[in-house]
Design a protein around this ligand. Structure first.
Ligand SMILES: [Zn+2]
Length: 256
């Protein structure tokens, strides 16, 4: 039994270790090119959450990893079979309930650990600002952008070299041979403003890609994934310890 994983722990252990912080991993269920599993985002964010919470617990932080939310915002991928969408407004309703549960349990801090690019927790954090639970959010794939730049040759944002390497490291048994994957080529839009990134759109994924992949995965290796995940966990764990142990005084989160 790992005492920092809520699904595994028991009432006796929770009573002996009053929670200081809850961590909610939030993934998605969607296709990832032709080689990675639909649960890629959910499995990866769960494994990373487990590693981070283990490290934080070993440093004395009473942090609890909540069960992972497996449905992400995927309105623009529904042309692919069995992609599961949860609308942002539904996510808000779910998060509101989770926050109320934490509040009843006396937990006043929550970290959402995000594993899917379509999820955006910023507006939800704002709407729940007054909930009595202080919500922080972090997408694990943005934690070490500098390290990613050194490790990976080809960058994309969906089932690319990075995500495939992470899959080969964390759940190799679920990764099909890379020869099965396509190159992850994408189309550019007809608008320079969108291509330059200063106008944003929601990308129709079936027209953007051939088989849902964005970014060439062929150079992915388990070793690259291990190096990258190690860097992410090493950087994220101290924050989780600090956040868990922080006093919720009148000036929180600022230095008085
Ligand atoms: Zn993904």
């Amino acid at each position: 039994m790992r005492p920092y994983i809520l699904s595994e722990t028991n009432l006796k252990s929770v009573r002996e270790n009053p929670p200081q912080l809850a961590v909610l991993p939030w993934g998605a269920t969607e296709c990832h090119n032709l080689h990675l599993p639909y649960g890629t985002d959910t499995i990866a964010v769960t494994r990373i959450g487990e590693k981070v919470c283990q490290g934080a617990w070993e440093q004395g932080a009473k942090v609890y990893l909540l069960p992972t939310m497996a449905f992400g915002v995927n309105t623009n991928m529904l042309a692919f079979p069995l992609v599961m969408n949860m609308n942002p407004t539904t996510q808000l309703a779910v998060l509101k309930d989770v926050v109320n549960n934490l509040k009843s349990a006396g937990v006043r801090k929550l970290l959402i650990l995000n594993g899917h690019g379509g999820n955006d927790f910023n507006p939800l954090q704002r709407e729940l600002f007054d909930s009595g639970v202080f919500i922080a959010a972090c997408s694990w794939y943005t934690v070490c952008a500098d390290v990613a730049g050194r490790i990976f040759e080809h960058r994309g944002d969906h089932a690319d070299e990075m995500e495939t390497s992470v899959g080969l490291h964390l759940f190799a048994d679920l990764v099909a041979p890379l020869s099965q994957a396509d190159e992850g080529k994408i189309r550019t839009t007809r608008f320079a403003a969108v291509n330059e990134g200063w106008v944003t759109i929601t990308r129709p994924w079936d027209k953007l890609t051939t088989n849902s992949g964005v970014g060439n995965p062929y150079k992915a290796t388990s070793d690259k994934g291990r190096k990258y995940i190690h860097a992410v966990v090493e950087k994220l764990t101290p924050f989780v310890v600090e956040f868990a142990k922080a006093e919720m005084d009148g000036m929180f989160p600022y230095v008085p």
